[in-house]
Design a protein around this ligand. Structure first.
Ligand SMILES: Cc1cc2nc3c(=O)[nH]c(=O)nc-3n(C[C@H](O)[C@H](O)[C@H](O)COP(=O)(O)OP(=O)(O)OC[C@H]3O[C@@H](n4cnc5c(N)ncnc54)[C@H](O)[C@@H]3O)c2cc1C
Length: 454
């Protein structure tokens, strides 16, 4: 009786899953599919605790959807997969393609190790698989807008059909999963495909129409909060855009644009895998950064949300409280670390990857490079976010700051972003600003001018 393996990675769902259908079809009407997830220390080890916990919870949900058939194994996939394929006499191993730098190397190694058993890649976690959209001359796009135009023109497939008729093999031995990290008070979203689809339906029905405005106001629940689900493939972006087809509103266009950013950054990483660590604008490599005990104390203030700049502190406390930060605030806190505290973007990117539940190499590293002015797009280095004006503009009533910084809850909104202007001064327990923003901005610009002058 034919048996195939379905190796789950960043596609922890059963619906709209082309690789799952390929595994079913290869097994045939009489055959079985063995669903497996491999804990690979190279990926699992460096993940921060929120991501590990969310992944474990997603696997529990997936196993429930599979009626307990999910096989868990631990080790190097290039050893585990051939071993399991032999054990269950699998004729093929099916995956959704991984286009990240490590995933590509790992899959090549697994493919080799499998020998005669083919590793079949069907679909990817993106609307358009990285590498597919290129300029007319076949080179990769360097900036977002022309990429997005070509990406829309390229288009994407309809969602994959229903997973009916799969015979999941049960009773295959599993390794015990790693222990679940205790996150203390950190509140993560509910895990798994059902939770993802419910979150999407709620956003679509209740908040999408206001997305154009709401996506920039961190004090309102204006965005979809789907990033952890997209990261682990609890749903596919194709499902979302298919659901929106025929609704050509500005909000829908804007939402699809955000999904295009996700594809764009994955495309950049596919073409330039070194950009996970190295500057996309190498001429800025020689920027001067601060070090020593005083600089470390400032970084610590940033990490713990005690810089004395309310919107920055609210963002960093949201990161520690929910393992998530609103997009506008990600830009503000990142700019503050790089241009007010003069730290290299890689340091902030590492900290985010440790603490974000949606931490994703392509979106995170390139988001940081964008803010630092070292990346693909036209956010120049000399664009320095002013945390006070950003706060006043995007959190005008102070709702976001008040939610995350309880010391400032009693302030009149007009003082929330500048608590030192409040009649009674800075409320007890809240720090004074750790730097003078105007001064640090100038320091950054001077360093930028020097590095540009060579
Ligand atoms: C410094 C920095 C670091 C970031 N790190 C990550 C990260 O590790 N993981 C991550 O998923 N996103 C990251 N982003 C992008 C963005 O902040 C998040 O995707 C977004 O805040 C997630 O919230 P949401 O699902 O409610 O977004 P929505 O506004 O509802 O957007 C829908 C989806 O579009 C995608 N998206 C939206 N904005 C972006 C963007 N700028 N770049 C890439 N994809 C986007 C996400 O998948 C998101 O879930 C980062 C941005 C910055 C500036």
């Amino acid at each position: 009786m034919p048996t195939t393996l379905l190796w789950f990675r960043r596609d922890l769902r059963l619906h709209d899953h082309p690789a799952l259908l390929a595994a079913r079809d290869a097994a045939g009407p009489e055959g079985d599919v063995v669903p497996v997830f491999v804990f690979d220390d190279r990926l699992y080890g460096p993940s921060g605790e929120p991501r590990r916990r969310f992944l474990l919870d997603c696997l529990t949900a997936l196993d429930a959807d599979l009626d307990g058939a999910l096989v868990l194994r631990s080790g190097d996939p290039a050893e585990v997969l051939p071993g399991l394929a032999w054990e269950v006499a699998a004729s093929s191993v099916h995956v959704s393609a991984d286009t990240g730098p490590y995933g590509r190397r790992r899959d090549d190694a697994v493919e080799q190790a499998l020998g005669d058993v083919p590793l079949v890649r069907t679909g990817s976690p993106y609307l358009v698989t990285p590498g597919r959209v290129t300029t007319r001359t076949g080179t990769p796009f360097q900036v977002f807008s022309p990429f997005a135009r070509a990406w829309r023109e390229h288009g994407w497939r309809a969602p994959a059909g229903s997973p009916d008729g799969v015979r999941w093999r049960t009773g295959v031995r599993s390794d015990a999963p790693p222990p679940a990290p205790d996150l203390g008070d950190v509140v993560l979203p509910p895990a798994g495909e059902q939770a993802a689809l419910a979150a999407w339906a709620q956003f679509r029905d209740e908040r999408l129409s206001g997305y154009d405005e709401g996506r920039n106001t961190p004090g309102t629940n204006g965005t979809s909060r789907l990033s952890p689900y997209l990261k682990y493939g609890c749903l596919h972006p194709r499902t979302l855009v298919a659901d929106l087809a025929g609704e050509p509103t500005e909000a829908v266009r804007r939402y699809t644009d955000e999904l295009a950013w996700r594809d764009f950054y994955a495309d950049v990483l596919w073409h330039r895998p070194e950009s996970a660590r190295e500057y996309l604008k190498p001429e800025l490599q020689g920027m001067g950064y601060d070090s020593g005990p005083d600089a470390e104390a400032l970084v610590r203030a940033w990490e713990t949300g005690r810089t004395g700049f309310p919107i920055v502190d609210a963002g960093m406390r949201q990161l520690l409280g929910e393992a998530y930060v609103h997009n506008r605030v990600r830009m503000i806190v990142a700019s503050f670390l790089v241009k007010d505290l003069h730290q290299e973007w890689t340091r902030g990117a590492r900290y985010f990857m440790q603490h974000l539940v949606d931490g994703d190499l392509a979106s995170n590293q390139h988001g940081w490079q964008w803010v630092a002015g070292t990346g693909t797009d036209a956010s120049p280095y000399y664009r320095v976010f002013n945390p006070i004006t950003q706060g006043k503009k995007f959190d005008p009533d102070g709702a976001y700051v008040k939610r995350w910084v309880p010391e400032l809850r009693d302030l009149d909104p007009k003082h929330v972003h500048e608590p030192w202007t409040a009649p009674g001064g800075i409320p007890a327990g809240y720090p004074e600003p750790v730097v003078d923003h105007a001064h640090e901005r100038q320091v950054s610009l001077d360093r930028y001018a020097r590095v540009r002058a060579g």
